[in-house]
Design a protein around this ligand. Structure first.
Ligand SMILES: Nc1ncnc2c1ncn2[C@@H]1O[C@H](COP(=O)(O)OP(=O)(O)OP(=O)(O)O)[C@@H](O)[C@H]1O
Ligand SMILES: [Mg+2]
Length: 337
C-alpha cells in the first residue's frame, strides 16, 4: 500500500492520543518567571499513525514529549490541559501513577538515549527492567524475551551481558529501541532518534522504527531537527515554534504547500536532493524568549509577511483544508514568499 493510501485509510481509524490545550512550564524557584516551553498545544495521533514534530532548537519539542510520558525534570510542570490515551485521561495523575504510564502505555526513546544507559548495569539487565516493572512476562521467561527483543532490532543475543560502553552509538540506539518496545506500548515517542549517528546508521534506525511500527501498530511521535527524515517517515507533520504548534498537515501537503511562513522557511533551509542547492537558505534571527514571548504572532519579528495585526494579535490554528491547519493571518500569501 502506498503511504498516501495508507494515510487515507487511517483517517477513519480511532484516535489513540488526544492532547488539548497542553501547557508545560519550567521554573527554578517560586519567584522565577516561568519558561513557557509548551503553550496551549492541541494534538491528535491515531493508532498506527506516525506523527513527526519539527522546529528549531528550544521550541518545546522534547518538553511536549516528556509531558506526555510524565517524565519532566523537577522544574517542569504541566500547568494546564488534558491528555487522553485510548480515551483514558492521563494528564494529571498522582505521581505514583507515572510508572504505570511509562513503558506499557507510552514509551520514549529519549533525546541522547545512547548516553542514558546506566554504565554499571549490563544491557540485558536494563532491557529487563521495564518487563519487571510491568510484570509483562514471568521472571523465568524474561531472559528469552530480551533475546527476542534484541533480535527485533538486529542485535545479537550476546549483547545482553555487555556493558553500554562496549557498544557503538548505533548499537546503543537499537538497544534503546528494544527497551522502548519491550512492553508493547500503544504510543512510542522517539526524540531525535538519529542525532549523533552517522548517515548510514541513521537510515537503518529510521527504517527499523518504520518496520516495528508496522509490525506492532503503535502510534509514533517522532521528534527531529531533520525535516527531510521526518517527512519521509511520517504520515503527518506538526511544526512547533516558540512553544506553540503553528502548522500541521499530512507530510506531502506540508512539503508542497506550507501555509505558515515559518514552515516555508524551514523547508527552504533544508538540504534536499529535490531542490537546487542555491535555494537553500538559513532563517535569520532567533526564536522568542519563552520567559516573555511576544503578545502577537511569535514569528512576527522574523517574518517577511508580518503586519501590525501580527504584532498585536496572536493567530490561532485555522483549517486550511482537510487535516491541514496553520496559525497565520497571511496564510494566503505564503506561496508567494
Ligand atoms: N530543565 C529545564 N529548566 C528550565 N528550562 C528548560 C529546561 N528544559 C528545557 N528548558 C527550556 O524550555 C524550552 C524548550 O526546550 P525543549 O528542550 O523542549 O526544546 P526542543 O525543541 O526539544 O529543543 P532541541 O531541539 O534543542 O532538543 C527552551 O527554552 C529550554 O531552554
Ligand atoms: Mg529536544
Amino acid at each position: 500500500m502506498s503511504k498516501q493510501t495508507h494515510d487515507r485509510a487511517r483517517t477513519t481509524e480511532e484516535t489513540l492520543l488526544s492532547v488539548r490545550n497542553l501547557s508545560t512550564h519550567y521554573r527554578e524557584g517560586e519567584d522565577d518567571v516561568p519558561v513557557r516551553a509548551v503553550d496551549g498545544v492541541d494534538l491528535e495521533i491515531a493508532r498506527g499513525e506516525t506523527y513527526g514534530l519539527v522546529g528549531e532548537s528550544g521550541c518545546g519539542k522534547s518538553t511536549l514529549g516528556l509531558s506526555l510520558i510524565r517524565a519532566l525534570p523537577p522544574q517542569g510542570e504541566i500547568i494546564d490541559g488534558e491528555i487522553h490515551l485510548d480515551g483514558r485521561e492521563i494528564g494529571q495523575p498522582a505521581r505514583s501513577a507515572v510508572k504505570d504510564v511509562q513503558w506499557a502505555d507510552i514509551s520514549m526513546i529519549y533525546q541522547g538515549a545512547q548516553n542514558a544507559f546506566n554504565p554499571v548495569k549490563t544491557v540485558g539487565e536494563q532491557i529487563r527492567e521495564p518487563l519487571r516493572i510491568h510484570d509483562v512476562v514471568p521472571e523465568g521467561e524474561r531472559a528469552g524475551h530480551v533475546e527476542e527483543l534484541l533480535d527485533k532490532v538486529n542485535l545479537q543475543p550476546d549483547i545482553t551481558d555487555q556493558y553500554p560502553h562496549e557498544l557503538s552509538g548505533g548499537m546503543k540506539q537499537r538497544a534503546a529501541i528494544a527497551m522502548a518496545i519491550a512492553c508493547e506500548p500503544e504510543l512510542l515517542i522517539a526524540d531525535e532518534p538519529t542525532t549523533a549517528l552517522d548517515v548510514i546508521v541513521q537510515a537503518e534506525v529510521l527504517n527499523m522504527l518504520q518496520r516495528l511500527q508496522e509490525e506492532l501498530n503503535f502510534g509514533m511521535l517522532v521528534i527531529s531537527h531533520n525535516l527531510a527524515a521526518i517527512m519521509k517517515l511520517s504520515d503527518r507533520v506538526g511544526v512547533m515554534y516558540g512553544g506553540e504548534l503553528v502548522e500541521t498537515a499530512p507530510s506531502e501537503v506540508l512539503y508542497d504547500s506550507p501555509r505558515h511562513p515559518y514552515t516555508a522557511r524551514l523547508l527552504r533551509s533544508l538540504i534536499d536532493p529535490r531542490r537546487p542547492p542555491e535555494q537553500v537558505e538559513t532563517i535569520e534571527g532567533t526564536p522568542p524568549d519563552l520567559r516573555d514571548p511576544p503578545t502577537g504572532c511569535r514569528f512576527a519579528d522574523r517574518c517577511d509577511l508580518a503586519t501590525e495585526q501580527c504584532t498585536a494579535e496572536a493567530p490561532s490554528l485555522e483549517a486550511m483544508s482537510e487535516r491541514h491547519e496553520a496559525a497565520c493571518f497571511h496564510h494566503d500569501e505564503v506561496s508567494e514568499l
